[in-house]
Ligand binder design. Sequence first.
Ligand code: SAJ
Length: 408
Amino acid sequence: MINVIGLGYIGLPTALMMASHGVEVVGTDLNAGLVATLNAGKTTFKEDGLDELFAAARAAGIRFTTEYQVTDTYIVSVPTPYDKFSKKVDACYVVAAVKQVLGVCPKGATIVVESTVSPGTIDRFVRPVIEEAGLVIGRDVHLVHAPERIIPGNMVYELLHNNRTIGADDRAVGERIKKYYASFCQGEIVVTDIRTAEMTKVVENTFRAVNIAFANELAKICRHDGMDVYEIIRICNMHPRVNILQPGPGVGGHCISVDPWFLVGDYPSLTKVIGESMRVNDSMPTFVLERIRAVMDANGMTDVRRVGLYGLTYKENVDDYRESPTLQLLEAQRAHLGEPLKVYDPFITKDLVPNQYHDFDAFLADVDLVVILVGHKELRDNLAKLTGKLVLDTRHVMPAGREGVYTL
Ligand code: SAJ
């Protein structure tokens, strides 16, 4: 039986996948409310195919509890935030979960850390906890790191199809854990050592962050001299070895905007490109504020109460707003004592920020300038509703040449 510890964005779908593919699974989370919701037959976030997967896992007998289980295999999938000042990974949740596991697990159990951690975290934080408990790693407890690669918005599909990495001290243990993942994963599963697995995960997300920063910097250069960044990127990408990403209002989510900082925190003098890329991405919400001001000035608009932000989530068609560029923008605006801008997002039903709307039409009726920060499908399907409005389109969703539309 596998005990999955942490039933968030990664732990829950992973537990459901295994359970619906013949593995006996118990999911544990310290959040009693979350466990109660799952036990009441409801999922805790939206994702294509998640409800169907949940139903299949429940039919297969998955259980949810706040208790750690006595079993031979644990998958730890708890958050790994980073310390905003030191830029280093904060492994406290992983360490706390491992301590709890050690309190109940029998000798010879395997602990799989699935949470994203910076290279060396398992050596520095997890191994000492096990040794301090008087246990011998490789005999009393086995360690594995199995980072995930799924993208929010397409999680269920990617869980099934992505290649994966499993890092283990002992190859035989790695191969045993691989079998659990292979129960559902149709991609290739590479078994390597723990440090390599830690590093590859963070490097993958850093690669994307650096490439988004490149696109964002191009947007600033093009804005400076009145060039069309989208047309330039489109043409450049016709080159067989060029593949530039899209500029945007900033980088959010709990991966691309966080993981590269782990490397900057650990190797400050060796991460010039990475550190500067993160700063470029972090500068984008303020750049959007400057663009709002420029569009208002160009149109003789003086009342910020007639400006509305479309989108609160960190990207399109998900309900996750962690580190979202819109929240970063509102924070930057707040620092200047500005009147909070009006905001609307079809995916955010609870009240998250001041001046938030829950109806698209009511939102549109109250604003003259719509700032598109997220290109949700709802918006793409209803572009005609923006007729007659000024639009600042930071996601390149509006058709070219429409009157009153401005870009980044
Ligand atoms: N973004 C841009 N321009 C782009 C692409 C993205 O501005 O061209 C922005 C998005 O709007 C968003 C942020 O970047 O704010 C991150 O979005 P994303 O879609 O690039 O990535 P995430 O954070 O949803 O998921 C990433 C994925 N990593 C990679 O593609 C390397 C996913 O595969 C990982 O599993 C996930 O991080 C994770 O958990 O680490």
